[in-house]
Design a protein around this ligand. Structure first.
Ligand code: SF4
Ligand code: SF4
Length: 338
């Protein structure tokens, strides 16, 4: 690494709502356990918006369902990573790939930052964008996020992005905590802010639908979004069995169609679904002891899966968990990925 002064704020990191205040440049680690930025992979990607997608390593969540677990649970569960890449070099690569004949044929028109979670590398991403725009002014950028960022980070993201793809996984806090290890409150706050004040930047809200876990969350979520603005776009994604939910059944087509109907009943004008439905699996339907920690069946089910995969802190809350530097969920290796 040469000049990394743009990473100075990592000396007391408060990029996301875990607000760990650790010195990542000195090797201290907070909930995400990431020190300096790493790139997992980068490639032209046909999923809308078509892009050159940079997957950064690490995440501030420990989602039971993660399909990118080998990237998100870096550094404890990492497969092959490209590692540290100088922003100037990566910016050059992004621009050259976007303007390659294959990129043009695909219609790729922006750099798309995904992960893992892009927020935990915010100053690095800002630097890549700055360098890319030096080469090609006006380069478009998409920021893909779970929304668990501070208001200050959100302001910065809105300052340089063209579009945002924004995941919301639950409405009730206990379901979100059981599924991700983090509170939903900042996620809803930031979703509302974007929907009210930056809707031109919102590509879509994305709601992953996990049968038996967040099915009951769909109606409150679509009501919440419709109250902000019924014209906001919502994409439901069909859950596929992965990570600690490797045995859980995928969402089927009827459920996905029902979600779109629910969204319309809430008054949303732009709701649709995508993904590969109907992957078989077997639900846990007994969760002894979980009723002591969670009220809803969805949260209890998620809690039971978390405990089976090695999380013994309930209700889950990775911010305050004394085991967060030795977390077994981050080390969990599933027997199948779909
Ligand atoms: S979890 Fe969030 S606040 Fe904590 S070190 Fe990682 S990015 Fe920083
Ligand atoms: S063990 Fe702690 S850090 Fe790990 S998932 Fe459970 S609550 Fe989060």
């Amino acid at each position: 690494m040469n000049d990394i002064s743009y990473l100075k704020e990592l000396e007391s990191c408060e990029l996301c709502e875990h607000r760990c205040r650790v010195n990542r440049l000195k090797g201290e680690t907070g909930v995400c356990r990431v020190t300096t930025p790493v790139v997992a992979s980068a490639q032209l990607h046909p999923a809308p918006p078509e892009s050159y997608t940079v997957f950064v390593g690490g995440c501030n969540y420990k989602c039971l369902n993660c399909q990118n677990w080998s990237i998100s649970q870096y550094p404890d569960n990492a497969m092959t990573l490209r590692g540290w890449m100088a922003p100037e070099k990566l910016a050059k690569e992004c621009i050259s790939q976007l303007h390659s004949s294959f990129g043009q044929l695909m219609g790729a028109d922006r750099i798309f930052f995904s992960g893992g979670e892009a927020t935990i590398h915010l100053p690095y991403i800002e630097k890549i964008v700055e360098e890319a725009r030096k080469i090609k002014p006006g380069t478009k950028v998409n920021f893909d996020t779970n929304g668990y960022m501070t208001e200050k980070s959100l302001e910065r993201v809105l300052g340089f992005t063209t579009s945002i793809t924004y995941d919301i996984k639950a409405y009730q806090d206990e379901v979100h905590l059981a599924l991700t290890g983090a509170s939903v409150k900042p996620v809803l706050r930031n979703a509302e802010y974007i929907g009210k004040y930056a809707k031109d930047k919102l590509w879509e809200y994305r709601i992953l639908v996990i049968p038996g876990i967040n099915e009951e969350e769909i109606k409150p979520l679509t009501d919440f979004i419709a109250r902000i603005d019924p014209a906001l776009p919502v994409c439901f994604l069909a859950f596929r069995p992965n990570h600690a939910l490797e045995d859980h059944p995928g969402a089927d087509q009827a459920l996905m169609e029902r979600c779109v109907e629910i969204a319309r009943e809430s008054g949303l004008q732009l709701a649709y679904w995508s993904g590969h439905p109907g992957i078989p699996g077997e639900k846990i339907d007994s969760f002894p002891g979980m009723e002591d920690y969670y009220l809803s069946k969805g949260a209890r089910t998620a809690g039971a899966y978390a405990r089976r995969a090695g999380c013994h802190t309930h209700p889950r809350n990775c911010s305050t968990c004394s085991l967060n530097q030795h977390c077994q969920i981050k080390r969990y290796i599933p027997g199948r990925s779909t």
